[in-house]
Design a binder for this molecule. Structure first.
Ligand SMILES: Cc1cc2nc3c(=O)[nH]c(=O)nc-3n(C[C@H](O)[C@H](O)[C@H](O)COP(=O)(O)O)c2cc1C
Ligand code: SF4
Length: 691
């Protein structure tokens, strides 16, 4: 019995009937409408598929995803820049794993398609030493490398390469392949008259500019049998504020590209790879609306009459059902929602809340865009499959309980790290008490979640609370325990997740104005005493803390000047969010002062320029707010070790070293599992099977 057979008549299928209904694409049937669209993981090396990626994709099928689309930007030809750890479809060394992947996905009843592409000018030759080749010689703003231009003879070779890759996938048991133009890849570079300056039969009129894409699709169709699915992915709106193609022109492109009947499935999203800002729209973060591409998907469906898949921040079944029934698309991507919880389809079918993706992007695409492997901020199982909650999707939670005498675990601190540790230990059979100093769970994540647009953080914290409840953790709020209090609970293991406190810079002492912590500002924003009051917000952190405090202060009526030691404000916010963060700050009229550090003589503030070493007056300052590196709050763990040296005490999250949400969730999960199974190291970085 596959997971799909459990969906029929389920609460989810009754509530979202279209989402759980089958759909015929070409000559194949997808058992539900939920799709994981292609995404690069950055886990491949030298174009080779890894077993970790095979397991990762199979896991989605096991969780009930109807159509698993793999390998963002998989290359059909060695001349395509290998970036983001993409897979080389042309490399026959991948065949065994490709065959195994298709077989294992089919065992769960899902269909599997691979993306296929040539990146053209999108990429660089820094590692390969092979010059980029593209439609014409205009560089992209993101990678900034001038490409050489493909000759017509070289293009003719490329058609064969697309066809060959599709044929091999078919022979290896795959259901289909998606040719992509999306993201400003080579085919879009031909479409776009702002980029395509050719004067041959591939440039000029719309008919000429779509010719390359059409010939690629024809080659793929001719190389494969008629039941092999051929998909095509494209943008419905590049969202370039100046230049670029209009949505109307892109509708015409879609009509032209599908006119030959070569396309079984049209996948629509927004953005383009031409600029860093439009690149950040591919994977829409929390500054963009849910189902951001739904209306355009519906329009493309009407214009082409080809089945349409839409992707863009569809995170819950209500929105997915509406995209299907109101926008009129046929399939919905829930890609990040499934990264955050690969059991999403089977959970929503059963009426269970999945771990909700928070659309922060920091752990997945944000890492990928910085050349790092994709993980997930809140699902540690992506990076460390042994921390997957139900490693074999058919298992029930009870099956994962550890054998042996029950261990008593006391977790101190109810932030993300502590909550993760507590419910994971309880699920594995530990007897767990969680003590939290304040009256609510969530710690710094609760504060961070107050940022406008971050409504999903509250869903995540609710989900954590639900896990604590359902796993039977004894949660005690409003308790700040002493060493004696903890020892009185007779723990076998104490997990210390007490978080962090501000680390004040020397200049905060004897200052001419009050200096307060940015977190305190978010928790309880001070009101200015009258109009015209100015805050100097000193940012030594570079992430979201200062922007969030700045917006709270501006809303309260302060004039805000952000003074940072970095070369830009929000310098370390991930590339998909930085545009929206800085845009909001600028729109709120804030002043940015970069590469500076403050000092004072006890009566007035000044700023030292870190590039010139010159000092200048800081201007009007009525209040100083500080965001910077923090200090671990770990006194309790030191006290426990001193009082009972043989007690197992594990520090995690910020209490170990103040870092990110991803670190807190992963360390909590690891410590929770290890506390009931002592041979699993709790603090040590686990072997990175996905790195
Ligand atoms: C880590 C990551 C890598 C991605 N890489 C690709 C890619 O290489 N090619 C592609 O067409 N889309 C890529 N995408 C975009 C997804 O296919 C999808 O369109 C996007 O995540 C929006 O859908 P969602 O809101 O359901 O997550 C990527 C997404 C993520 C999160
Ligand atoms: S890292 Fe964040 S945005 Fe990406 S899938 Fe996980 S929760 Fe969603």
């Amino acid at each position: 019995m596959t997971v799909h057979e459990t969906f029929s008549g389920s609460p989810g299928a009754q509530r979202w009937p279209t989402l759980f209904s089958p759909f015929q694409v070409g000559k194949r049937t997808v058992l539900n409408r939920i799709v994981s669209t292609p995404h690069a993981t950055g886990w491949g090396h030298g174009g080779l598929l890894t077993r970790a990626e095979v397991d990762y994709q199979v896991r989605k099928a096991a969780g009930g995803t109807g159509l698993v689309m793999t390998f963002g930007s998989a290359a059909v030809d060695p001349t395509s820049a290998a970036s983001y750890g993409s897979i080389s479809l042309w490399d026959e060394r991948n065949d065994d794993l490709l065959r195994e992947l298709a077989e294992r996905v089919h065992e769960h009843g899902a269909l599997i398609m691979s993306q296929m592409t040539h990146m053209g000018r999108r990429g660089n030759s820094l590692l390969s030493g092979i010059p980029l080749k593209a439609a014409s010689d205009l560089p992209e703003e993101v990678h900034r490398e001038v490409p050489a231009v493909f000759t017509e003879d070289e293009l003719a070779v490329l058609f064969g390469r697309f066809g060959h890759a599709a044929r091999r996938l078919m022979d290896l048991g795959w259901d289909g392949a998606e040719v992509t133009s999306y993201g400003g890849h080579l085919i879009e570079q031909f479409f776009d008259p702002n980029i395509n300056t050719r004067t041959d039969r591939y440039g000029g009129s719309l008919e000429n500019r779509v010719r390359f894409g059409r010939e690629v699709l024809q080659a793929v169709r001719e190389s494969t049998s008629e039941d092999f699915l051929v998909g095509f992915r494209m943008t419905g709106d590049q969202m370039l504020p100046r230049g670029g193609m209009s949505p109307d022109e892109l509708v015409e492109v879609a009509q032209a590209i599908t006119a030959d009947g070569t396309v079984d499935l049209l996948s629509i999203s927004l953005g383009t790879g031409a600029t860093p800002r439009t690149t950040s729209i591919f994977v829409p973060g929390d500054a963009l609306p849910e189902n951001v591409a739904g209306a355009m998907g519906g329009r493309m469906k009407s214009a082409t009459d080809v089945p349409v898949l839409v992707a863009g921040r569809i995170l819950n079944p209500e929105v997915a059902e509406r995209a299907l029934t109101e926008n009129g698309v046929d399939l919905v991507a829930m890609t990040r929602a499934i990264i955050a919880d690969p059991d999403l389809p089977r959970k929503i079918a059963a009426g269970i809340t999945p771990r909700p993706c928070i659309s922060l992007n920091e752990g997945c695409i944000g890492r990928l865009y910085q050349g790092l492997p994709m993980w997930c901020s809140i699902n540690p199982g992506v990076r460390e499959p042994e921390l997957d909650l139900f490693p074999e999707a058919s298992k029930q939670p009870e099956a994962s309980k550890e054998e042996g005498p029950t261990r008593r675990i006391v977790v101190i601190g109810g932030g993300v790290a502590g909550a993760e540790a507590a419910y994971r230990a309880a699920e594995r059979g530990g007897e767990v008490v969680l003590l939290e100093r304040t009256e609510r769970l969530g710690g710094r994540a609760e504060l961070a979640g107050r940022r406008p647009g971050r409504e999903r953080w509250a869903l995540y914290l609710d989900w954590l609370e639900e896990q604590l409840k359902s796993s039977g953790v004894d949660v005690r709020l409003g308790i700040e325990p002493t060493v004696e209090d903890v020892l009185a609970l007779s723990p076998d293991v104490v997990v210390v997740a007490t978080g962090s406190v501000p680390r004040w810079p020397a200049w905060a002492a004897n200052a001419p104005t009050p200096v307060i912590d940015a977190d305190d500002v978010v928790a309880n924003t001070p009101q200015p005493e009258g109009p015209g009051k100015t805050v100097m917000l000193v940012d030594n952190e570079g992430g979201f803390v200062a922007p969030t405090a700045a917006e709270a202060l501006a809303s309260a009526g302060w004039s805000v000047r952000i003074a940072t030691r970095f070369t830009s404000v929000a310098a370390y916010v991930d590339p998909t969010q930085i545009w929206w963060v800085r845009r909001r700050l600028k729109q709120a009229g804030m002043e940015f002062v970069t590469s500076v550090t403050p000092e004072h003589d006890g009566s007035a503030w000044s700023l030292i320029d870190l590039e010139t070493d010159e000092t200048r007056p800081a201007g009007q300052v009525d209040l100083v707010v500080y965001a910077g590196p923090r200090r671990s709050l770990d006194e309790l763990s030191n006290g426990l070790t001193a009082a009972q040296p043989d007690l197992e005490v594990v520090k995690i999250g910020d209490a170990l070293a103040p870092r990110t949400l991803l670190d807190a969730a992963a360390e909590g999960a690891r410590a929770g599992a290890a506390s009931v199974k002592p041979d699993l190291p709790a603090e040590e970085t686990a072997s990175l099977s996905a790195g």
